[in-house]
Design a protein around this ligand. Sequence first.
Ligand SMILES: [Zn+2]
Length: 278
Amino acid sequence: MNPCNLNQLGITREAPWAVGHFNIHNQEFIRAVVQAAESERSPAILAVGMMSVKYMGLQPLISACQSISRETEVPIAVHLDHARDLDTVKQALELGINSVMFDGSSLGFEDNVEKTTKVVQMAHDCGATAEGEIGIVPHGTASVSQAEMTDPALAVEFAERTGVDFLAVSLGSVHGMKSAGTSLDQSLLQRLHEQIPVPMVLHGASGVIDDQITMAVENGIRKINVNTGLKVVLKSYLSSRLIEQPESDLLEDLEKGIEAVAGSVSARMRLFGSSNRA
Ligand SMILES: [Zn+2]
């Protein structure tokens, strides 16, 4: 069955747990996520983002995700993260990706609706799922302005008109945070959950404190995106390892690095409530 789309991971709008979306950049990250998914008996999403595509190439990354996920029985989806043009979406779908996110958050509302609707149709024609975004989750700034937060009425209209399977919303988190210190607007999230007909997605989770993640799952978040936090784990593990054991074999260093990342992924799966759901 692997790899599968997001609807095949067992998440629903109502079920009180969220699936982890983990950005992967090379084989080490892919193996770390799959190892954690197996040890936690948890579904997981291997996410291919644009920086990693620039680093590794779209085809090599998708193909590595597909072949490694076929080695396991726990459900694993391969998902394109933050595509900003239809050509990249088309290429990824042609390579057999199971899910795509189109990020039209920087576009005007009508333009975002129009392009996201096309992406949803392209994805569904291939049996893939589609995620859109309404509101803006900024990158690397200190905070999120009120104007960037998701407007409930626009979000409902966006979800209904585009037919997205998952909707990314802006609640106060920021992309690219190396440590957790951010809180979310939980009352906005509760209002969104009452009104929006599809499961919601939290981006920028590396910067959000654990208690706020737990509350966000209680209040309706069903997919949680983690990227920077895992890079930080691998970099900090390898930097101390290289100082402490300069004579060790590099492959052994990388293998231990995979274990360190897998440990961090497992902890997040438990936090999100996805352990033992596979
Ligand atoms: Zn994101």
